[in-house]
Every structure is written in C-alpha cells, then in structure tokens.
Design a protein around this ligand. Structure first.
Ligand SMILES: *Cc1c(COP(=O)(O)O)cnc(C)c1O
Length: 231
C-alpha cells in the first residue's frame, strides 16, 4: 500500500474539485479514515503532514491516541454508545455522529464533569436507509434547537454517509440537499451553535461532495486500501 502516493492522488483530486467549484482548497479538510488500520499506517500519513484521523470505535481512538503526536486529531465518525463517552472525551476533536437528543444529553453530562465544551455534528440519514444511523432531513431543525440548549456542546454542522454507489455522481442530489440544509441552519444563527462544517463525501464520491459544498471529506479506502474485517 503506497500511502504517500495515494495521498498525493487524493489531494490532486480535492484540488481539481475545488477549482471546478471555484472554492479554496483551504476550505476543505481531509479526514484520513484509519479505522481497522494499524497505527504504523497513521504514522505514515502523519509523516505526509496529515493531521486528522477518522475512527468509528472509541477503543481504537483510545489505543491510537497515545501512539501519535499530540498534533494528530481524532474524529469520531461511527455510532457512539453512551457508555463509551467518558473514555472518548478529551481524545477526540469532533464527534460527527450525534443522532439523538438522548446521546447529546449524555455527552453534555460527561462534558460538564470534565469542564469542557464538545464540538459535534448532527448525523443525517439522507437517503432514509434502514441500515444507517442518523436523523431524517425533517428532524434536523428541531433536534438542533433542542441540542443547542445543552451548554457544554457546540453544534458545528452536519454529517452524512451517503448510499454506496458505483458512480459518485448518483449522490449529487443528496449532497445538494445537505448543503441546502447546512446553509439554512447557518442562516438561523441559533444561540450556542457555530455552524461551519459539512462533513460528506467518501472514497467513491468525495469529488462530487466537494463540488456541492463539503467542508470535510472522510476518505479511508482511497488512502489506506481496502479494509479487512476478518482479522
Ligand atoms: C468507513 C467510513 C468512511 C470511509 O469510507 P471509504 O469508502 O473507505 O472512504 C467514511 N465515513 C464513515 C462514517 C465511515 O464509517
């Protein structure tokens, strides 16, 4: 696996997508999705100046956290169980996967104990897939209002895992809808929120996501190769 080469390809494609959309590359953050991958691979990406890593298990964040320099930032992108929150806080820079008031309250409670503010995104199940986590588009505004009342959380925006498609172009309508909702929320200027992050786009569709306004893309396979879940 040539991580260095993969990263340079990814950055080239991010730049081209930004150019097509008349956006600055500085407005798009690459999250290297390192779930299931050994810490050596993260260190290799770190050596190529990557600083953001996406993981979907608290246990993996906890294990990898101590093995990387403090400049490395971990993003929680997977479903979060309330009994794991305590271990996670302090080791994760952004939780992308908040999908209920129940979970938000539990994070807020732990954040209060630690006297910190936790940045979060609301996960949207944009295509209403039964197998996916997240709330519907319709539920987002109401949930944002409720969560904004929790003083130790700061809502920074939205995240979605779009359907798996052969052709990334097929997800364009979903990304457009996400961007619309993102802008609508931003314009509301709700107290105690700071809406500036739209996390969407994975290996198969990140260029389209950037063209439609993503500010964070989460790329795993395109950097670290296919994942093996049988080990
Ligand atoms: C695994 C994962 C990714 C990365 O997917 P790739 O297709 O390997 O780029 C992105 N986001 C989330 C939430 C994931 O779980």
């Amino acid at each position: 696996m040539d991580i260095k080469n993969n990263l340079s390809e990814v950055h080239k494609k991010i730049s081209s997508a930004c150019l097509r959309a008349n956006r600055s590359v500085d407005d798009v953050t690459l999250i290297c999705v390192s779930k299931t991958k050994p810490v050596e691979m993260l260190i290799e990406a770190y050596a190529q100046n990557e600083r953001c890593f996406g993981e979907n298990k608290v246990q993996e964040i906890v294990e990898k956290y101590d093995k990387l320099p403090p400049e490395a930032k971990f993003h929680m992108i997977g479903h979060l169980q309330t009994n794991k929150i305590k271990q996670l806080l302090g080791k994760c820079t952004l939780i992308h996967s908040v999908d209920s008031l129940y979970l938000a309250k539990a994070i807020d409670k732990e954040a209060k104990k630690k006297n910190i503010t936790v940045d979060i995104l609301i996960e949207v199940n944009a295509a209403n897939e039964a197998t996916k986590y997240g709330v519907s588009f319709e539920q987002v505004p109401g949930l944002v209002i409720e969560i904004s009342k929790l003083s130790n959380l700061c809502i920074r925006g939205l995240m979605t895992v779009a359907p798996y498609v052969e052709n990334g172009e097929d997800n364009r309508p979903i990304f457009k809808k996400m961007y619309q909702l993102f802008v609508d929320l931003k314009c509301k200027n709700i107290d105690n929120t700071n809406i500036d992050i739209l996390s969407m786009g994975m290996t198969g569709d990140y260029e389209v996501a950037i063209e439609e306004g993503a500010t964070m893309v989460r790329i795993g396979t395109g950097i670290f190769g296919a994942r093996n879940y049988n080990i």
